[in-house]
Design a protein. Structure first.
Length: 163
């Protein structure tokens, strides 16, 4: 895991995720540490659980977590947050630097009332200097299940107990 450009790196947290319920619970826990304007960078191979993590994140932010689907074809989905504001969920796997401006996503990053969860975020790296970034790298664990490495901005409260 590497820190995003311009980011002040907080503590790196490693978490074992034995099943889908633990992945969803991790998303809920991360939601509790987020603030308006945060950008969540989700990295990991296809099928590792990025969208499942966003389901928990959405639930933790007061959205309908069950309504979260992979935005593979829509590219950016917007979910209303229970207390106001929105969660933007983007899948940037097929987006290059030329296609990025047409999404209207960059203009939303870091805005008050917006939390963004970005799958395959490399294409937005040049636009992250002025935003607060949370990084999550997901991988398949050697013994099964998944593992996550999380970097929160310094000083953020954090608590997680897998289900």
């Amino acid at each position: 895991m590497s820190a995003s450009p311009g980011a002040s790196v907080g503590e790196v947290i490693e978490v074992a995720l034995p099943d889908v319920a633990a992945m969803v619970a991790l998303g809920v826990a991360i939601a509790g540490a987020l603030q308006d304007g945060d950008v969540l960078l989700l990295r990991g191979e296809l099928g590792v659980g990025k969208t499942t993590l966003v389901m928990g994140l959405a639930a933790g932010l007061g959205c309908d977590g069950a309504a979260v689907r992979s935005p593979t074809f829509s590219l950016v989905d917007e979910h209303a947050r229970g207390g106001g504001g929105v969660l933007l969920h983007a899948d940037l796997y097929r987006v290059d630097a030329d296609g990025l401006p047409g999404l209207g996503l960059v203009e939303e990053l870091g805005r008050e009332g917006v939390i963004a969860a970005l799958e395959w975020p490399a294409v937005v790296a040049p636009f992250l200097d002025a935003v607060s970034v949370v990084e999550v790298d997901l991988a398949t664990a050697a013994g099964g299940g998944r593992c996550a490495k999380i970097v929160l901005p310094p000083g953020r409260p954090w608590s997680f107990a897998p289900a």
